[in-house]
Design a protein around this ligand. Sequence first.
Ligand SMILES: Nc1nc2c(ncn2[C@@H]2O[C@H](COP(=O)(O)OP(=O)(O)OP(=O)(O)O)[C@@H](O)[C@H]2O)c(=O)[nH]1
Ligand SMILES: [Mg+2]
Length: 299
Amino acid sequence: MALFEKKSVFRKFIDSITMAVYDNPELGPEFLDQLEESLVMADVGIDTSAKIIEELNKAINYKYITREREIKKELSRILEELMDKGERNLMKNEFPLVILMIGINGGGKTTTIAKLANMYIQQGKTVMLAAADTFRAAAAEQLELWGQRVGVEKVIRREEGADPTAVIYDAIQSAKANNVDVLICDTAGRLQNKTNLMKELEKMSRVITREWPEATRENLLVVDATSGKNAVNQAEEFNNIADITGIVLTKMDGTARGGITVTITDEFDMPIKFIGVGEKMSDLEPFNAHDFVEGIFDE
Ligand SMILES: Nc1nc2c(ncn2[C@@H]2O[C@H](COP(=O)(O)OP(=O)(O)OP(=O)(O)O)[C@@H](O)[C@H]2O)c(=O)[nH]1
Ligand SMILES: [Mg+2]
């Protein structure tokens, strides 16, 4: 965990502040334009970038900001305000809890399940997994392997090609019978524009609600932080199908941009709950806007 340096995220943007101040010491419109461009380059959406620059401009005008250090301080305040969703950044803390993992292919769903299972087991909870990715060959084996390594109670699966909703159904009956605290459901990676797959996801979501209405629920969208602006489109489409309660941004250890953190939280008002910072089961950090921003501006 210590290997993940938040300051590598947004590095180019942070460096560009120094450059923009150097180029435009009077902090006029050119300065703001230059900075706005750097935000967009760092994967911050156009609207969100404009909003950030407008806020910064207010601060420059009203607070008589003149120095780079003050600009960074204002920017960190603005970014934190955009990303802080308060309580919603935390996982619901009532059990039994069912977590449905959603996202496109290769985003990191299965790995994140292992990390979450590990986290809950460390907290003394019992965890069961549902291998509802019946589509990709060896997906259930991959989940079983993680399950053994992490020490979950059971991994519920069926044969390849089986109806994923049936796996969810089996898993819920088993989780109830065994008084399991947390049931985490893996699903096949799907592109947000494939109608059939999206319908299937909707069905899985519905069955959970129907079969275990008293369970607390989280629908987590797993997004690869290196996928840039496409992530915003994913968030929108998946949210239409199942109410996304939070985002897990994976592969934060592999991006020098990171603007997607601000865009997703701002444009969709969606909380980031965790960030994935590596491939090991301990490489998951709860998201905290204050710590995150402090980390990226850390000199
Ligand atoms: N560096 C890094 N790699 C990650 C992280 N999360 C996942 N990965 C890697 O990303 C690859 C895909 O991860 P999976 O968990 O299999 O992704 P998935 O969404 O389940 O993929 P499908 O089941 O094919 O849709 C694997 O090689 C993981 O080790 C992360 O936070 N950091
Ligand atoms: Mg998977």
